[in-house]
Design a protein around this ligand. Structure first.
Ligand SMILES: Nc1ncnc2c1ncn2[C@@H]1O[C@H](COP(=O)(O)OP(=O)(O)O)[C@@H](O)[C@H]1O
Ligand SMILES: [Mg+2]
Ligand SMILES: [Zn+2]
Length: 505
């Protein structure tokens, strides 16, 4: 007989509901899957056969045809095992008919255990959206599944349990609805008040956070670059519930959620090392996983020692930074992973690390330093709006109480962001760093003094067309922090200060 069992397939961080149709007819024993399943799905038959045998359940020795509907969209993932196994059991009369308000997700191991899968949250969310009321998920994914509203989550350990449940022999208990504290992410654990001195760098961080501008910090080892970068997510506005859910979906598809982190409530900070591969950075793989870039969505992506990264890797960031998402081309259609990040980079001032450091002698030759600086200029010219020197804290400042901490800095950021939202709302909410060139004329008018200053800088520094625009955008953010309607000369002067550091970057 023909059975229909509901499940879903994953596309990037979103799901689509799929019906598993199983038909058992007389004929030579065979198992055929049609409807554009991937290799993992095609192999499911072997896993299901063993799982059933080891659970003392029959595998019909006739002709079995499975169709994944709608047939035109490609499907992938090992979570089809469980719905396919249930389909066989219903078709062969071992289980009663199961309604279309119930969906199944889970991979089977040969001994009949149901093992965890990636992407349970987006799968269950899409099922809930399509009106499904009950979901059977691997026990280890039940926590994240319970974030979806309006569905009953049944945590499943093994196939036998599912069979006994539908035969009325033993109940699987619904996971109690998770009471979510969406405010959780608000508390700050790493405060800027812990950073002594570095008032310049802190100011740059407020501007970076307020306008979404990329920031490069240059300074010798131990100056506090990593310490500063880690504190940047804390001055961004609190996440909205929708933002938390999107980030959590990304972490679900990456397989990073668990008992200790069922929901991402804080803006992410992801630090990447220079030996990172393009796939680890941007995502990819047979069943596409998001990379570090997307794991930093709505937070900070930190490139420590940026000059050590390969040109290839740095180049690959260009499009995603502009588009605020990564698109992975797949035979099954494109997978999209969002990635709206603030890029923060750190670099030593010279190959030995001690140029401009008054505690240690720099041992680099003039040529070495020139080459190094050229390399950095090339790297950051187009991507990073701001550049700030971070010198080792002077002894007088070590014991001094910090002038400004996270709470106050965040207030400045939130105010400036609100002003940007009011201004750009009609053009689809965005921040100064992402303002397209064609709108700069409209939103960033310069007065006579400002124009004169920029003309001077353009020739002297010199600026390129692109860095000219970026400077104006940073000035726009500085004006927004201050609450000033128009960009004034002093805003531009400060913005130029984050450009002029080296070789007229
Ligand atoms: N301005 C500072 N205020 C307080 N502690 C600092 C400061 N700068 C550095 N430190 C201390 O030095 C350590 C190393 O700093 P780090 O951020 O790793 O430097 P960098 O990344 O520039 O090499 C920090 O963990 C912190 O304990
Ligand atoms: Mg460091
Ligand atoms: Zn040096």
């Amino acid at each position: 007989m023909l059975s229909k069992i509901m499940t879903a397939s994953l596309y990037g961080i979103d799901g689509q509901v799929i019906t598993v149709e199983t038909d058992i007819t007389s004929g030579l024993p065979s198992y055929n899957v049609v409807g554009l399943g991937d290799a993992v799905i095609k192999e499911a038959g072997e896993r299901i056969k063993s799982a059933l045998a080891n659970s003392f359940l029959p595998f019909p020795r006739t002709k079995i045809t499975v169709n994944l509907s709608p047939a035109f969209s490609k499907k992938e993932g090992s979570h089809f095992d469980l719905p396919m196994a249930v389909g066989i059991l219903v078709s062969s009369g071992v289980l009663p008919v199961i309604g279309r308000d119930t969906a199944f997700f889970g991979e089977l191991s040969l001994d009949g255990r149901v093992v965890g899968v990636r992407g349970t949250l987006p799968l269950v969310l899409c099922a809930a959206k399509e009106g499904i009321k009950n979901v059977f998920v691997p026990e280890e994914n039940a926590e994240e599944a319970s974030l979806a509203e309006g569905v009953d989550v049944y945590p499943v350990r093994n196939l036998t349990q599912v069979v006994r449940h539908f035969r009325g022999e033993e109940r699987i208990w619904i996971k109690p609805e998770r009471l979510i504290d969406w405010e959780e992410g608000d508390e700050v654990t790493e405060d800027f008040a812990d950073v002594a001195g570095q008032e310049n760098a802190k100011r740059a961080m407020v501007i970076s956070a307020a306008g979404g501008h990329g920031l490069m910090m240059m300074g010798s080892p131990g100056a506090g670059k990593t310490m500063l970068a880690k504190r940047l997510p804390g001055i961004l506005p609190p996440l909205t519930k929708e933002e938390m859910l999107v980030i959590t979906k990304i972490y679900s598809v990456a397989g990073l959620l668990g008992e200790n982190m069922p929901l991402v409530t804080k803006r992410p900070f992801r630090s990447i090392h220079h030996d990172i591969t393009k796939a680890a950075l941007l995502g990819g793989g047979l069943h596409p996983r998001p990379g570090e870039f997307s794991l930093a969505h709505q937070g900070v992506l930190f490139m420590d020692e940026m000059p050590l990264f390969s040109k290839n890797v740095i180049e690959s960031l260009r499009r995603p930074l502009e588009d605020k998402e990564v698109v992975i081309a797949r035979h099954s259609g494109n997978a999209r992973f969002p990635g709206n990040v603030i890029l923060v980079a750190a670099a030593n001032p010279c190959p030995c690390g001690h140029a401009g450091d008054d505690s240690k002698e720099c041992t680099c030759s003039g040529l070495q330093i020139a080459n190094y600086e050229r390399k950095i200029s090339d790297m950051i010219l187009d991507r990073i709006d701001m550049h700030v020197r971070v010198n080792r804290v002077r002894y007088e400042d070590v014991e001094k109480k910090s002038e400004i901490g996270t709470a106050e800095m965040r207030e400045q950021v939130v105010g400036a962001r609100k002003r940007q939202e009011e201004r750009y709302g009609k053009d689809g909410m965005m921040h100064n760093a992402h303002l397209p060139v064609r709108l700069i004329g409209e939103y960033c008018k310069l007065d006579e003094g400002g124009k004169r200053l920029m003309k001077n800088a353009y020739d002297k520094l010199p600026l390129t067309m692109r860095t000219y625009h970026k400077t104006i955008l940073v000035a726009r953010t500085i004006a927004d922090i201050e609450g000033a309607e128009d960009i004034e000369e002093r805003h531009l002067a400060e913005a130029l200060g984050y450009r002029g550091g080296m070789n007229g970057i």
